[in-house]
Design a protein around this ligand. Structure first.
Ligand SMILES: O=P(O)(O)OC[C@H]1O[C@H](OP(=O)(O)OP(=O)(O)O)[C@H](O)[C@@H]1O
Ligand SMILES: O=c1cc[nH]c(=O)[nH]1
Ligand SMILES: [Mg+2]
Length: 207
């Protein structure tokens, strides 16, 4: 699987704010918003464009637009904190939603929401979720998308664990990963180490 680690100094600084256990919910959300802009910007670097003529106040020149805007799919809850920023960067994108809560005993995702277009064939997809831990939630989401014809999926995650990357690789799903860091490992509770804790709780409070 193609893994792009966005290790720009500004991305590292935002991730450090998110890791800091002293950051309150608002500070964490603001840092995730800013990091999302950097991750989506890099995720879209190779996107095909169409060209058109544009008249500036001074001259004619060539202009560019995305040839095939992606479908954005935030994975609730934590992915909601990436949705608006991604949409601001790609205003022409459509958005679908997947809601999953990980069972903290089995570490398996429990689905509670699925709102996706019937077909996503011939359309790139960006799945937005800050955390790739065991990879179960991401694999579930990508499976929903491939069942609708997706063949070009990018997982956009603030943090990834080696275990989650391995899970996606072994799944054979058509996905590449853009992340700000590949951390050391998972602990016995399935949390990323050093990680940042529970990305949903850090944004919205514990449930
Ligand atoms: O790779 P995995 O082991 O599946 O873990 C990652 C998932 O865990 C978190 O969501 P969580 O289930 O905590 O739900 P929340 O966003 O509502 O907090 C995170 O946002 C991912 O969706
Ligand atoms: O470290 C982790 C693992 C799964 N989900 C989170 O929010 N954090
Ligand atoms: Mg959570």
């Amino acid at each position: 699987m193609d893994v792009l680690v966005v290790d720009h100094p500004l991305a590292r600084a935002r991730l450090t704010t998110m890791r800091d256990a002293r950051a309150d919910n608002a500070t964490f959300r603001a840092a995730l918003h800013e990091l999302t802009v950097m991750l989506v910007y890099e995720a879209m670097r190779g996107a095909p464009v169409t060209t058109e003529r544009v008249h500036t106040p001074v001259a004619r020149t060539v202009g560019y637009r995305l040839a095939n805007p992606p479908l954005l799919v935030p994975v609730l809850r934590a992915g909601l904190g990436m949705a608006d920023q991604a949409h601001k960067l790609i205003p022409e994108a459509q958005m679908g939603f997947v809601g999953l809560a990980r069972d903290e005993t089995t570490l398996r995702p429990t689905p509670y929401l699925e709102s996706l277009p019937e077909s996503v064939a011939d359309r790139p997809v960006l799945v937005l979720d800050p955390m790739l831990a065991t990879g179960g939630s991401m694999a579930h989401t990508i499976t929903l998308l491939t069942e609708r014809g997706a063949t070009d999926v990018t997982a956009v995650c603030a943090l990834a664990a080696p275990e989650g990357i391995r899970h996606l690789e072994e799944s054979g799903l058509p996905v590449r990963l853009v992340t700000a860091s590949v951390d050391e490992r998972l602990n016995d509770s399935g949390y990323i180490v050093p990680g940042l804790g529970d990305a949903g709780d850090r944004q919205y409070g514990a449930v």
